[in-house]
Design a protein. Structure first.
Ligand SMILES: [Cu+2]
Length: 605
């Protein structure tokens, strides 16, 4: 592997300075050129010169131009469920339909278990990934974004346990696009208990002319199968063959996003993000549910995912992203459901708000204020998982990249005409970590709630208290643990590493976990002043210890993102069940992920 030379460095600088868009290159192209992370033939063998010295300097970019605040409402497609497709022809075989134009994915696992079992038991969706015009703010020009169905963020999907979803994803992105991003895609449904072929492995990227190293053919569409059964259902079926598993394993607030090798951050900032909500008998999505098991949380138009994506705009008001920096990308504008400083008309009643940190690099401390005063709410779910009981009278939700927090907030105390603001209280000046919590009057207002009406119908959603049971935790069995793994997250010679190595998608797994055999992983941040939110695919885990102590209350449920602060150690219990195959663990600072802070692990029978 070539070394990153001084000449190369100048080339990078020149391109960055002369072309505001920065070089439209991917790490895999840079590797071919011997640029960028190509330095790391073997990190441990690097000598003399630290690669820190030769990585391209971060661009000095001016602040985003001013916006017109509170002019546009968040779009309804962000909280009204997308409807299923009626004339859907589901696959008749597990293998990819390459003759019919599908890309060369691996066969759908357990196809015969779930398909075909009758259309009335399934939901069918199509998402067409395309470039479409979009308005971030009335002060900025209408501009091209990439979106699932051409929308930023993509349409919200409501799915239900016991009803598998077959989703057909079409890639209609322009192959001769301009600007950042790259039109190959690999869609990951974050936190879903998904079989490998449908999980959006980073090497499984595809378009009609390009295909990743872990796929066999390009194509114009790809089928994803989501079984919507609770993790561990195989075990449950040993005693009841029709079981869909243990409802204590239910997932709630998920999000789907692009996961293409080396280009995830750019493609997500360009719009390839969307919300996906799971419901079951307990969290039924119906506040009028007469089933005594149902929680009756605010539902329908009162159950609203808020997807946050951090952004920066060029002086002409078009979106900018620095595709070269390996450190991260911090913007100065927060898009809430694709809008900068939008408003949201709310009724005088309770709402469930689901905050999703869509990255790429920003941390949030979210509060709601009215006339400068913090408002209290019930914190009910972390990483989309209902806690055992609500944390009452909370005033702030902290989110690392990809983390989610659900709250129930009551607007009934405010007269019509009241205005409240969602604010971000975290100050973050660089890509390393959040700096401090700001005073209310110093914090950025990112969304205005306008209480504009009395509710048309009575608010039948449940009044929560600290003793309201939400969802019990599944048991963990430490006596069954046979394997412990230590995972060190660090930076060696200027590149991100896990156990001293960078991700190489052309290689096999770094290790193999036995299906259904619980393990303990110790995640260690080697320091250097960086925070790394670590995400593990396929299964959620439980934090046993954070720095040797019990984790804070909101982290005592199931988790899929483990935010490692500098020097921290987190011990987790995890059990990979049901679906063998290839999966990844990575830093969810999307820029670190794209710069190889990732490992492949396989799950085997
Ligand atoms: Cu990181």
């Amino acid at each position: 592997m070539k070394k990153f030379t001084k000449i190369d460095e100048q080339k990078v600088k020149q391109v960055s300075v002369n072309d505001f868009d920065g070089p439209n290159a991917k790490r895999r192209n840079l590797l071919k050129l011997g640029l960028g992370l190509g330095v790391v033939a073997s990190v441990s063998q690097q000598t003399s010169k630290a690669a820190d010295e030769v990585l391209p300097p971060p661009l000095i970019i001016p602040p985003s131009p001013p916006v017109l605040a509170w002019q546009e409402q968040i779009p309804e497609y962000c909280y009204r469920a997308k409807t299923t497709v009626e004339n859907f022809y589901p696959p008749t075989q597990a293998a990819a339909n390459i003759e019919g134009g599908e890309c060369g994915r691996d066969p759908i696992q357990r196809f015969d278990d779930f398909y075909p079992v009758g259309d009335e038991n399934h939901d069918y969706y199509e998402l067409r990934v395309s470039e479409q015009p979009h308005s971030f703010n009335p002060a900025y020009p209408i501009q091209s974004i990439w979106g699932y169905d051409g929308l930023f963020p993509g349409p919200t999907i409501h799915a239900r346990y016991g009803r598998p979803v077959m989703l057909r994803l079409y890639n209609e992105l322009p192959e001769d696009h301009v600007g950042f991003g790259s039109p190959e895609i690999s869609m990951h449904l974050h936190n879903m208990h998904t079989s490998s072929e449908s999980d959006g492995f980073p090497g499984d990227y595809w378009s009609k002319s390009v295909v990743g190293p872990t796929m066999s053919a390009p194509g114009s569409f790809k089928d994803h199968c989501y079984y919507n059964v609770y993790a561990g259902f195989d075990k449950a079926r040993e005693t009841d063959p029709s079981s869909i598993g243990d409802p204590r394993e239910a997932l709630g607030t998920l999000w789907y996003h692009d996961h293409t090798l080396d280009i995830t951050a750019a493609n997500c900032v360009k719009g390839l993000v969307g919300s996906w909500l799971m419901f079951d008998e307990i969290d039924s999505g119906n506040e009028n549910d007469t089933n005594p098991a149902a929680l009756r949380l605010p539902s329908g138009d009162y159950d609203v995912p808020l997807m946050l994506v951090d952004m920066r705009f060029k002086p002409d008001g078009t979106l900018f992203f620095d595709q070269m920096s390996p450190e991260g990308f911090v913007g100065d504008m927060v898009a809430v459901n694709g809008k900068i400083k939008p408003f949201f008309n709310v009724a005088r009643r309770k709402y469930r708000l689901r905050f999703i940190n869509g990255g790429p690099t920003r941390y949030y401390g979210l509060s709601v204020v009215h006339k400068g005063k913090l408002q209290k709410f019930a914190y009910i779910a972390n990483d989309g998982n209902l806690l055992e009981a609500p944390l009452m009278d909370q005033t702030r939700v902290n989110l690392a990249m990809a983390e989610r927090g659900d709250i129930v907030i009551d607007f009934s105390a405010f007269p019509v005409g009241s205005e409240l603001f969602l604010i971000n209280r975290v100050r973050q000046d660089d890509t390393r970590k959040p700096d401090k919590i700001l005073e209310i009057n110093e914090s950025a207002e990112i969304l205005k709630f306008i209480v504009n009406r009395n509710p048309a119908e009575p608010d039948n959603s449940r009044i929560l208290t600290a003793s309201t049971p939400l969802r019990a935790l599944p048991p963990i069995d430490l006596s069954q643990v046979r394997t412990r793994r230590k995972l060190l997250f660090g930076r060696k010679n200027g590149v991100w590493t896990i156990n001293d190595q960078i991700f190489d998608v052309t290689k096999g797994p770094r290790f193999t976990s036995k299906k259904g055999q619980p393990e303990i992983w110790t995640l260690i941040n080697e320091g250097g002043g960086w925070e790394h939110p670590i995400h593990i695919h396929l299964e959620e885990g439980r934090i046993l210890k954070r720095n040797g102590k019990a984790p804070p209350l909101h982290e005592r449920g199931r988790k899929d993102v483990y935010n490692l602060r500098p020097g921290e150690t987190i011990e987790i219990y995890i059990n990979f069940r049901d679906f063998p195959g290839k999966y990844v663990m990575h830093c969810h600072n999307l820029v670190h992920e794209d710069h190889a802070m990732m490992i492949r692990f396989d799950v085997k029978d």
